[in-house]
Design a protein around this ligand. Sequence first.
Ligand SMILES: CCCC/C=C\CC(=O)SCCNC(=O)CCNC(=O)[C@H](O)C(C)(C)COP(=O)(O)OP(=O)(O)OC[C@H]1O[C@@H](n2cnc3c(N)ncnc32)[C@H](O)[C@@H]1OP(=O)(O)O
Length: 365
Amino acid sequence: MHLTAASMQVSQQDFEKAQEQLKLLKKDPGNEVKLKLYALFKQATEGPCNSPKPGMLDFVKKAKWDAWKSLGSLPQDNAKQKYTELVSGLISAESSSQVPGAAAEEGRHDGYENIIVNTQNNITKITLNRPEMKNAISHEMYREIMKALEEAAKDDSTIVVITGNGDYYCSGNDLKNFTNIPADAMEKMAKEGEALDFVAHFIDFPKPLIAVVNGPAVGISVTLLGLFDLVYASDMATFHTPFSQLGQSPEGCSSYLFPKIMGAAKANEILLFNKKLTAAEACAHGLVTEVFPNRTFQKEVWARLKAYASLPKNSLAISKQLLRGVEKEKLHAVNSQECEVLKERWLSDECLNAVVAFFQRKSKL
Ligand SMILES: CCCC/C=C\CC(=O)SCCNC(=O)CCNC(=O)[C@H](O)C(C)(C)COP(=O)(O)OP(=O)(O)OC[C@H]1O[C@@H](n2cnc3c(N)ncnc32)[C@H](O)[C@@H]1OP(=O)(O)O
């Protein structure tokens, strides 16, 4: 992130305001977020961590020290900026959970850590819930989304919605998926078949599936949109797929669906050359159903979805399956082919180097 002198000044004011706002947060944001806030605060106010490492058995102090140390030599102004953004994401996540249809406690399903699942008014809503990571999808989150889709397929809901918490819809595959597993990371990911299984859950999903795209979408969260039945987007949303920059290749059946939806010329620009689309462009090219002003996005979309969810449930499911049935076999074949290519890509130097570069912040995609 490039900071101008002006934005640093604002950032200092915002930093102090953010500290006050944090005290007003009603819900505990969880240990992962609290550690990140702690680390960013220390980095912002004291600079890099130079204190001695606490003993192994002093778990709390060690976790805090690790979090702070992991920021390395991040400049204090950047830490202030990141702290401020994180608090602002938490505040907006909390306030969006107070609008109708957003994550409320009522009807909440237990057992998830990276997503929030709740059923209300015949709608099951799956909210990607790692706002501090722009809702990047970790291994565990892939598994949770698949489980939530399996449950939603069987529950009483009429329609199922996927959305994001905070300022992003989703930043795609968590690039730490490639680094968190030791040495043989890429090989392990390639063998596991997680991508194939994940995308298959979207191909086979039996009820109307709707994406409520609250902010920017990247990578697999964009390609999958071709498998949704409706895509509603805020005018703050953008759409891009940095596959070539990452040494990877398209997935989510986009190599087949994108040219079909928007024509080969546009699909090539997006999938090969990472052309970023605004919400209005994505709508004009048929990837998005409708765009709403961000100010009224939640209110308008949820009012509409509530009305749709009162339609006859079986009729909607049967009609969706009829429409999907025409292409299902083809989509599974495309998914298989795309995942075969991806497995090779993940073992390539191009991919490895791109992931390393991301974490060294040599390039921001
Ligand atoms: C099983 C199927 C496999 C399919 C395989 C691949 C398909 C894909 O999805 S490829 C696309 C992968 N995604 C990306 O390449 C996006 C990477 N992220 C970014 O470019 C930027 O973070 C982004 C533009 C999304 C946001 O930029 P900023 O507004 O400047 O925020 P930060 O970069 O500071 O982000 C905050 C925090 O989140 C971490 N983050 C965000 N996205 C990811 C990600 N996809 N993977 C890992 N980490 C991510 C980012 O590193 C920051 O963390 P800290 O540095 O610890 O604060």
